[in-house]
Design a protein around this ligand. Structure first.
Ligand code: DOR
Length: 458
């Protein structure tokens, strides 16, 4: 064999060949083989006769999504690891078909500095099962430094809590918000509930002690006022914005007029659970900020998915222990697990005809990659990272607490039967979940982002 032939043959040897799955590519749904080498997708098509591989994974009967990216999780490390930690949180991600996560800054200590970020990145090394990035919290104390902090490797950007939720991170003062918005260029992620209105209305629930009142306390106007305010300030300061977990039809109607600057997240729980039934059935396990609301608002969220206002689905995985959750309301903390159930719950919605599989991929892979400028992620295409979530759309399973990897060990969907289940998860060409079982060791790496564009004032 001459050197030329040897080289040509060598080029056609892959580390992993995923055979005959129905892949969701930018072209649509295609039955193809996917060759992965050195962590990347190196060939697509009918590859059997041209490519050999160390490992061959038969994907016939399965659908292959670009790796699911969950751009909102709370993994509680450091400081609150009795609720969750980076190992268990990312293990749940991989079991649920999620290949990358952005983690939130309301840990203890809060993630406010380069040192806090470094500590999280170090804690994740060798313990995270999936790729990851960490948000820096935006507050009065670090506002002036955010422009530099947001560009540190492994940083997902800046997150601001406009209304108190869980933890001490809060920025509700107009000047502080302006200062945060002026420092930095990346898309700013925001939890939009109006703090003044929340404080004013809290006595409503302190008297009743009834969790059914949660969406009455933190009502639709609390959400709308904060969203309108931050969108106005973002326009004034020329900053791009990402409004997390939008929960009302009213906000969607408003946000439709601001898509040039503002991107939108919805969560599976706002799309799936419904007030008042969920509170009657689950009590404070259904308690979340912003709250799960009634049918009218849920219909508004689905409508916003159909008409393109929504850019991403994030889980807002926010675990608390069952002991903490069963404290009497409103002492019970808000939050529920979600990273592991995001994909099965959403695949069941696909089955029910509420959205297409192509649209789901747009919301859970392409969307987060596009709006946050993720390098090499979010689509099944040559040169992209070989991150793949292989699912069986026909698998009929019951979600159960004992499947949940989270340290908190529960899900609001315990007992829910769904169609659609993650079978294999592949990260940068490594099979980390095979036949629903974890394989290997945690290989998660920090995510890389593209340079943010220059801000343009309105
Ligand atoms: O209900 C919530 N809990 N919403 C949030 O945004 C924060 C979260 C938490 O960290 O527990």
């Amino acid at each position: 064999m001459n050197t030329d032939t040897a080289q040509r043959l060598a080029r056609r040897h892959a580390d992993l060949l995923v055979r005959r799955g129905m892949a969701i590519t930018p072209n649509g749904v295609e039955c193809i083989d996917i060759a992965c080498r050195s962590g990347m997708i190196v060939a697509l098509g009918d590859l059997e006769r041209i490519w050999s591989a160390e490992t061959v994974l038969n994907a016939s009967g399965l659908h292959i999504l670009p790796g699911v990216i969950d751009s909102q999780v709370h993994f509680r490390e450091p400081g609150l690891t009795h609720k969750e930690d980076l190992e268990a949180g990312t293990r749940g991600a991989v079991l649920g078909g999620v290949t990358a996560v952005f983690e939130m800054p309301n840990t203890q200590p809060l993630t406010l500095s380069a040192l806090d970020l470094k500590a999280k990145l170090e804690a994740a090394q060798g313990r995270a099962w999936c790729d990851h990035a960490f948000y820096i919290g935006g507050s009065a104390v670090n506002a002036e430094m955010l422009g530099e902090l947001e560009l540190l490797p492994g940083c997902a950007g800046v997150k601001v809590f406009m209304g108190s939720s869980f933890g001490d991170l809060l920025a509700d003062d107009e000047e502080v918000l302006r200062n945060i918005l002026r420092h930095g260029r990346r898309r700013l992620a925001v939890h939009a509930e109006d703090e003044a209105r929340l404080r004013e209305r809290k006595p409503l629930v302190e008297e009743s002690g009834d969790v059914v009142q949660h969406p009455v306390w933190r009502d639709e106007l609390s959400a709308l006022l904060a969203t309108q305010r931050i969108v106005r300030l973002a326009a004034e300061t020329g900053r791009r914005l990402h409004v997390l977990h939008v929960s009302t039809a009213d906000e969607m109607a408003f946000l439709a007029g601001h898509k040039q600057r503002v991107t939108v997240e919805v969560t599976p729980h706002h799309l799936t659970l419904q007030a008042p039934e969920c509170y009657e059935r689950l009590g404070s396990l259904a308690q979340m900020n912003p709250p799960v609301r009634d049918r009218h608002h849920q219909d508004g969220l689905w409508q916003a998915i159909r008409n393109g206002i929504v850019d991403v689905i994030g889980s807002d995985h926010a675990p608390h222990t069952l002991e903490e959750k069963t404290r009497s309301y409103p002492q019970s903390p808000s939050g529920m697990t979600g990273v592991q159930t995001l994909l099965p719950v959403m695949l069941d919605h696909v089955r029910a005809g509420r959205l297409t599989l192509q649209r789901l991929v747009d919301l859970t892979s392409a969307g987060p990659a596009r709006i946050f400028g993720l390098e090499s992620k979010g689509r099944i295409a040559l040169g992209f990272d070989a991150d793949l979530s292989l699912v069986d759309l026909e698998a009929h399973r019951v979600i159960a607490n004992d499947w949940i990897a989270s340290r908190s060990g529960w899900t609001p969907y315990d007992g829910l039967a769904v169609y659609g289940w993650p079978i294999h998860t592949i990260i940068r060409g490594n099979i980390v979940l095979r036949d629903e079982a974890l394989v290997g060791t945690p290989i998660g790496q920090p995510l890389r982002f593209l340079e943010p564009p220059l801000a343009q004032p309105a």
